[in-house]
Design a protein around this ligand. Structure first.
Ligand code: ZN
Length: 236
């Protein structure tokens, strides 16, 4: 008689990680459960709190790649053309996003300047660049292990990428100075608005679980670390 245990969780000896990537903890109520195989477009709900656990998105990698490439092009345009122009008593001035941060720095607002540069320029660049790396890595026949490391840290760039917050600030400032100066909206202003929606679409079409499934954990499994790494996955 083989020492098979009833149920589908395999015992692997004392204090060993459970090598079962189908186990998932609900992000809302922490109930650990087994995720069924889902059809394309299908979704699974938590039996305890009825929140969606996972939706299998159709053609996720290709759609995410298309949106990421679009975002990259828009990002380059948005940072190379003027965002705003002002005409005050015959004097013209225009600035880009980076130029705006530089103005803040030069006018004694160093902290605000650094924050604008980081949240509106550096973090979005990382968000787009790392997403491109993840998707291209995951599309390879055997997704390399570094994709997992990048995927685990990618949510940080999304949290700090705040182009939409900057845009709301710019709009408020525009309304306030409209009485004193003629404001000329630059191309970058419109491009940035489009970029905000493209970035939201990029994140919405991205299916992190599909990427995790593609990542080659064979080497980890040999060391018994696959489940440990998997359980450490951060929700995206
Ligand atoms: Zn739940």
């Amino acid at each position: 008689m083989s020492p098979q245990v009833s149920g589908s969780v395999h015992t692997q000896g004392y204090n060993q990680p459970v090598g079962d990537a189908a186990l998932i903890a609900c992000q809302h109520c922490d109930l650990v459960q087994r995720l069924p195989r889902l059809e394309l477009g299908g979704s699974a709900r938590c039996p305890r709190c009825n929140k969606e656990l996972w939706r299998r998105r159709e053609d996720s990698l290709n759609r995410t790649l298309a949106l990421t490439l679009t975002a990259a092009v828009l990002y380059v345009i948005a940072n190379s053309v003027p965002m705003l122009g002002l005409t005050i008593v015959g004097r013209d001035a225009s600035t880009t996003v980076i130029g705006g941060a530089q103005h803040l720095w030069n006018n004694g607002q160093q902290l605000v300047g650094v924050l604008v540069l980081f949240t509106a320029v550096i973090a979005p660049a990382l968000q787009i660049g790392l997403m491109l790396a993840i998707v291209l890595g995951a599309m390879r026949e055997r997704a390399p292990r570094w994709v997992g490391a990048v995927l685990r840290h990618h949510p940080i760039t999304r949290i700090w990428s705040m182009i939409e917050v900057m845009m709301v600030g710019v709009l408020v400032a525009l309304v306030k100075i409209a009485d004193y100066a003629t404001v000329i909206p630059g191309i970058a202003l419109f491009v940035l608005w489009v970029l905000v929606f493209i970035l939201a679409g990029m994140q919405a079409s991205f299916d992190s679980r599909e990427v995790w499934e593609r990542i080659d954990w064979a080497e980890d499994s040999a060391r018994g670390g696959a489940a440990g790494e998997f359980m450490a996955e951060e929700p995206l």
